[in-house]
Design a protein around this ligand. Structure first.
Ligand SMILES: C[S@@+](CC[C@H](N)C(=O)[O-])C[C@H]1O[C@@H](n2cnc3c(N)ncnc32)[C@H](O)[C@@H]1O
Length: 237
């Protein structure tokens, strides 16, 4: 059994535990779209933010890398951003296609594909934006590096990418197996700000690196999560 098949099995198991069946978008993806791509200004009004020509907007395509059941594809579709999505888990894609069909979105269902980040089934420079929430940090760093190269390959020059990363200030850059919970058997990678900068390297320019720390004041300010939400623009070469 190849490593990729083994990982696919682990993610299929996670979806069978129903721990990752998420229907509503993450607020940082909503913010990324509204701030950098296209802002919703009314019930059916949008104002374009990316500086593209009318013909470029007509051809616009977006990609959700590791789309799960497609909650962010649904959001991208609502913004008229022609979403494609891929995920390693065939269970997730199957469920996502069923969901999109139930919404009358056969076109979105048809653009959901089973694939690995290490080999994206799309042409070079096809997408204007890529989003990927809680994906490149949910795998070994070496796989994530291949995935990032692929993401930049399929992104147009000056295109925008949203990624997020687990952080743990006390431990630095490291990866560890997940021993319990819905995603038991998978691997999580943690990054520092320097680690994120090294990871992106000269492939893109970081426009924003927003760090959100969650803590519970009712539990003595115990910190229970920290993530960096990063917006990157692909460089011209
Ligand atoms: C924590 S879930 C996030 C799902 C989705 N982005 C969301 O926000 O709902 C991580 C996802 O990454 C996918 N994944 C893990 N390794 C992958 C790989 N090598 N290639 C593509 N997808 C992968 C998993 O199948 C899973 O759907």
């Amino acid at each position: 059994m190849s490593f990729e098949t083994m990982r696919q099995d682990k993610w299929n198991e996670a979806y069978e535990r129903r721990g990752n069946i998420l229907f509503y978008p993450h607020e940082e993806i909503i913010r990324f779209i509204n701030k950098y791509v296209r802002k919703r200004t009314g019930i059916s009004d949008f104002s374009d933010i990316m500086p593209l020509s009318a013909s470029e907007w007509k051809e616009f395509a977006s990609l959700d890398i590791g789309c799960g059941i497609g909650r962010h594809m649904k959001l991208l579709d609502e913004f008229g951003l022609n979403p494609y999505g891929m995920d390693l888990s065939d269970r997730a894609i199957e469920e996502g296609k069923r969901w999109m069909r139930s919404l009358g979105k056969q076109d979105v269902a048809d653009r959901m594909t089973v694939a690995s980040v290490t080999e994206l089934p799309y042409d070079d420079e096809f997408f204007n934006i890529c989003v990927s929430h809680s994906v490149l940090d949910c795998m070994p760093r070496e796989t994530a590096e291949k995935g990032l190269n692929e993401a930049f390959r399929v992104l147009k020059k000056k295109g925008l990418m949203y990624l997020d990363f687990y952080m743990d200030d006390a431990k630095g850059d490291f990866e560890e197996p997940v021993l319990s919970g819905f995603d038991k058997g998978t691997v999580k990678s943690y990054f520092t700000v320097k680690g994120i900068n090294d990871f992106i390297g000269d492939k893109g320019t970081i426009c924003e690196c927003k760090i959100i720390r969650a803590s519970d004041a009712a539990a003595g300010d115990m910190e229970y999560g920290c993530r960096a939400h990063v917006t990157i623009q692909k460089n011209m070469q």
